[in-house]
Design a protein around this ligand. Structure first.
Ligand SMILES: Cc1ncc(COP(=O)(O)O)c(C=O)c1O
Length: 386
């Protein structure tokens, strides 16, 4: 059989591919940017302050500090809260910035394995990897699903370490009705165009702690409290006013966009249910998944080809399926490929070989959702062992 399984009776090529993510932006965001440009003041200002206070209120914490990316939010949070040279226990199966920002802040990432149902760090494995040098646990809310924040909060408190939550993909994810990031000492968000809201590039550090908020504010602006007096080492991680203006419009649409993601995900899950060897996303009791990505996993022994061939075939059907993430961090050259030596994290390694993501973003039409289901079903059916 050919790899290219052309969809019979498919839609015109002009509609394809259906992108893995697409921000819902338009006239309102354009007007907001125009207003900033015409004001002549592009520097971080009153719109950034307003975005910070609105996001802090939405998240349910005292402080929001706007920065210029999710990566910057992690870097500033790590620099503000943790002592250089200490260890931070984090999942190996996440986007690189969770760990690279820690390493760049002088910390040592210690990689723990994940659970295969929710893709969050495995609590027991994380606990086992803590040492007297551990200063923090990092919970990553992957794909928009909140991890078990209460359990991580308890573990961090018992061991006297910080809890940092990487909620880059999960603004609006809830645990028992409360924003998932609010369980952390610090939580970090990204507003990259694929995220739950976008500012283009942008991010936020959220915290209830006055001192930590003050330190993050200093770090994001060269460590200066007054003009050219530098209290601590910092960087320029500031958010610009155009980005903040876009963020304010986006935030006003956030709940509607999450509802659309959840509706799309529910329909896709229904459409794909019953396919042998296919694990659909789960939503544990008490948690609200925001479906930043609709990520599935295959049982490789039930298919005649590997995951990469399946993804390629779905893409040939006009659906931009993608893999997040094909190489776990303990096996990355940047972290010394420790996984090729003594560290073995079997679930992270299996997930990296068997997951793929489908679009569930709010810009999908009803027909797009049908097409995502049809393309995926067709490819999996064609490659299923019989
Ligand atoms: C889990 C996670 N952490 C951190 C980041 C970094 O965010 P940004 O791309 O805004 O720097 C991302 C973004 O892709 C992410 O998915």
């Amino acid at each position: 059989m050919s790899d290219r399984l052309a969809l019979e009776g498919g839609r015109p090529a002009a509609h394809r591919p259906i992108p893995i993510s697409k921000p819902l932006i338009g006239e309102e965001e354009a007007d907001a940017v125009r207003e900033v440009v015409l004001s002549g003041n592009l520097r971080e200002g009153r719109r950034a302050r307003e975005l910070e206070s609105r996001l802090a209120a939405y998240i349910g914490v005292k402080h929001g500090v706007a920065v210029n990316s999710g990566t910057s939010s992690l870097l500033a949070a790590y620099m503000a809260a943790l002592e250089r040279g200490t260890e931070v226990v984090m999942p190996a199966f996440t986007f690189v910035a969770t760990a690279s920002a820690a390493a760049l802040a002088g910390l040592k990432p210690v990689f723990a394995d994940i659970r295969l149902d929710t893709y969050e760090m495995d609590l027991e494995d994380a606990a086992a990897r803590m040492s007297p040098r551990t200063s923090a646990l990092v919970l990553v809310n992957l794909y928009g699903l909140p991890g078990d924040a209460r359990a991580y909060r308890r573990l961090a408190d018992e061991r006297g370490v910080r809890l940092v939550i990487d909620s880059a993909q999960a603004l609006g994810a809830l645990v028992d009705g409360r924003e998932a990031g609010a369980y952390g000492d610090l939580s970090c968000y990204s507003f990259y165009p694929s995220k739950n809201i976008t500012t283009g590039e942008g991010g936020l550090v959220a915290t209830d702690d006055d001192e930590l908020a003050d330190r993050v504010r200093l770090i994001k602006d060269h460590g200066q409290r007054g003009p050219y007096v530098h209290e601590v080492l910092g960087l320029n991680l500031r958010m610009g006013e155009m980005e903040a203006a876009i963020g304010l419009v986006q935030l006003s649409k956030l709940e509607r966009m999450i509802e659309a993601r959840r509706r799309n995900a529910e329909r896709i899950a229904r459409g794909l249910s019953g396919i042998p060897g296919l694990h659909l996303p789960v939503e544990p009791q008490g948690r609200r998944h925001t479906y930043n990505l609709f990520t599935v996993r295959i049982d490789p022994e039930l298919y005649r080809v590997d995951r990469d061939r399946i993804v390629e075939a779905i893409r040939a059907e006009g659906v931009d399926a993608r893999v997040y993430y094909p190489v776990p961090l303990h096996m990355q050259p940047a972290f010394g490929r420790r996984g090729t030596g003594d560290v073995k994290l079997p679930n992270s390694e299996l997930a990296a070989k068997t997951v793929f993501s489908l679009p569930s973003h709010p810009a999908l039409s009803d027909q797009d959702v049908e097409d995502v289901i049809a393309a995926t079903t067709k490819v999996l059916d064609a490659y299923l062992k019989r």
